[in-house]
Design a protein around this ligand. Sequence first.
Ligand code: NDP
Ligand code: CA
Length: 324
Amino acid sequence: NPTPLLLRNFTDIHQSSDGTSSHAQAPDTVPNSDGLIRIMQWNLLAQGLCQTSDGFILCPDEALDWEFRQHHILEEFLTYQASVYCLQEVDHFDYLKANLSPLGFDGVFYPKPDSPCLYEVNNSGPDGCAIFWDNSQLRLMSQDSFILCRQNGQKTNQVAISCRFQVISSGPDKGREFVCATTHLKAKKHHAELRTQQGQDLERQLRQKAGDLPLVLCGDFNADPDETVVKGMKKSNLNLLSSYTLLSTSGDEPSFTTWKVRGGKKGQEEAAHTIDYLFYSKDKFQCIRVLKMPHPDQLRPNFLPSYAYPSDHLSLVADLKLIV
Ligand code: NDP
Ligand code: CA
């Protein structure tokens, strides 16, 4: 693969006691060496969808081939060296597991009940959520995978995974436990009401599973920051803060976590917005640094996915420290 992977820098977060934040450029490459809990949130783009129904007309076919994409997907993992990878649209779990196991990672996968990938020719199986964790840093204490329900208890086609971890490596958090969960909510603008109900179910389930433990919740919520499900998650008594709001002095989310151009009935449709989030318990974790979003010029002219980046969603990475 001759095109280098899109690379980004970390930014240190300095939070003052009044809750405001400022940041400074961190060194270009920050290995995860200071014992912090590094979380990556990433919708890595299902192979089963990207060459057909997704309609990414600006991306060359070759860059959408699994043979091409798989290397950049692994390179993204290895470049940022997370403790926990929270993933959506995974339809190559066995490949990821085979490549991450030798590096000391273990993983769990939970497919969607009726994955749209299964309706595509030459699909690679159903897509779903997955969590991988670094066995040298974290011990899995328990794991729960579940289908999100509507208010009336009816099952939907969206899922979530929640893992309880104990920190086993030496460092500031040794011996402590936390819960890390991930989800991928129903897509498309007009399904906001369904997403709201899925968010309420998720909140209820995580309150039960996490109890008083610190919680990280990552996902592709398929919802802009002003949508009910996102505002609800921020106001919920899970007491969560969205890590990427720390990048701006205004406390706003970034202007995009995905940027793609699709061919549709109405011609080209460009979608640049924030729909991916990395939340954490704001009274139990401190966010030390986050991986910055690229400058838009780094994505031009063809946006995502591309030869330089294997997904239409950017990864979100945050270094978290448990508050003593
Ligand atoms: P969702 O509606 O949640 O979305 C599925 C995928 O479509 C997501 O990964 C999403 O990506 C992507 N997506 C979002 N916007 C667009 C867009 N404008 N154009 C193309 N793709 C987009 O899927 P569900 O899990 O609810 O599954 C859909 C249902 O449809 C299934 O239950 C299945 O039975 C049915 N189906 C039936 C088919 C058939 O042939 N009978 C064919 C396909 C699906 P992102 O999250 O990144 O935005
Ligand atoms: Ca998608």
